[in-house]
Ligand binder design. Sequence first.
Ligand SMILES: Cc1cc2nc3c(=O)[nH]c(=O)nc-3n(C[C@H](O)[C@H](O)[C@H](O)COP(=O)(O)OP(=O)(O)OC[C@H]3O[C@@H](n4cnc5c(N)ncnc54)[C@H](O)[C@@H]3O)c2cc1C
Length: 486
Amino acid sequence: MPLMTGRQYLESIPKMHTRVYIRGELVPNLVEHPELRPTFNAIALSYDLAHEPENESTYTCRSHFDGQKINMFTNIHTEPDDLVRRVQQLKNLTPRHGGCVGARCVGSDAINAIYATTYDMDMKNGTTYHQRVQKWLKEVQEKDLAVSGMVTDAKGDRRLGPSKQPDPDVYLHVVRETPEGIIVKGAKAHQSGALHAHENLILPTEAMTPDDKAYALAFAIPADAAGITHIFESPACTLRRSLENSDIDVGNYKYGVHGASLVVFDNVFVPWDRVFMYGETEFAGPLVGLFANYHRLAFCGCKSGHCDLILGALQVSVEYAGLAKTEHVKEKMTDIMFNSELSYGCAIGAARFGSRTPAGVFQPETSLVNAAKLQGGKAVCIAAQQAYDIAGGLLCTMPSEKDLKSPVIGAYVNKYFAGVEGVKTENRIRITRLIEYLSGQSSVIPAESVLGGGAPETQRVMIRAMFRRKSKQLMARAKELAGINE
Ligand SMILES: Cc1cc2nc3c(=O)[nH]c(=O)nc-3n(C[C@H](O)[C@H](O)[C@H](O)COP(=O)(O)OP(=O)(O)OC[C@H]3O[C@@H](n4cnc5c(N)ncnc54)[C@H](O)[C@@H]3O)c2cc1C
């Protein structure tokens, strides 16, 4: 089957019955809703780019099953080059939309993690999960479906594991088995693109103990399955879309909504052939660890692309303000690029120096990818901080589009927020609104850049573990050089 186009993707959504609430109201037509449409646009763009000859090598590849052309987002990575292209793809894609394509991107990472881990589980336990994943994935590749990756549980009291929580539902779990499948209850929080996806791929959120059998759970489910409700995010920038009904004030009109939701599973039925893990607590940790490695790798391409977009927007802004030749401004821009490229390069290194799992899936190198992820989050924060400085007070004191266009006061706004002669004040305001959006003055980007892919401490833990693994060897080298013989 040929790859889907953006239009076909947009047409496929109304055929589903995904249940979405925004500010307490059920949304009748998802694709037309002003707060949902931007994320649909970004995902549609990711479909369209795969059809452009100049993007073919970035957005498409050959299925490892049968060599058919598939979208990169549904690929199983078998070579270091696949991982390198994954990073490059997001570095290329993010600056084109400045939003989020979690409905494809996080899913890609979950697909690779579950593919590799089910193979290991079957080898050890004689189960048949890997076959089920293969069957499901073949359909995903053939139909070019959008798959979101669902990992993060609600988690309740952070001191307690899944089976110790006073409310058992704060971690998604099995409540009942039937001859046909399992019934699950609980929720997944902060789910990027889950409601924009055709399929949701669910993984456990953390390592588990033998008591947590009902929670060691992985499965695939259509986003509109009976019993699933998506409760949509409502950050300040997205809210502004409804209040203002204006294209300038939202900064990134076409694509700029992140698109995450709280996904509630109220006794949802999952047929056995879609269950990919159930009760194998010892594999929950390795599965989520592998997912994290893939997702942190992709994150670096995405965030470096985001920094590129900020750089472009800032350059326009300083040219409009007559600051393009100012030395300290150039220095600050260099600082943004330096920090962004550091993460990007480190991610490419993690891709190149990864290793193959027993299933033949290529995974990123752990210490490099965790360092790259930490640096990527830092780069976005540094870019935002520099943007506050470079863009000036206009960034947070801009009047609205209605003021700009008012017959009474519009002339004042035009006159006093003008920059260099010949530049329309409206354009200066437009680019500053984009910087406002990109630098997180009104968006989810800073928090997402710190927390997406796991809170920073989880990367530090992995880096510490990798250091412990190497420390004996490193100490031995140091002692040898220092002439210590013990
Ligand atoms: C915009 C956005 C999009 C996202 N998209 C997705 C997605 O598509 N799919 C998905 O699965 N997830 C997604 N996430 C979730 C993301 O992975 C989590 O936000 C992250 O793992 C942190 O979890 P939390 O938000 O529950 O924060 P918390 O777990 O509450 O963490 C808050 C702080 O508490 C610390 N902490 C928490 N528990 C402990 C503990 N037991 N011991 C010590 N310290 C602790 C953390 O280190 C952190 O500093 C997204 C997040 C954001 C912000």
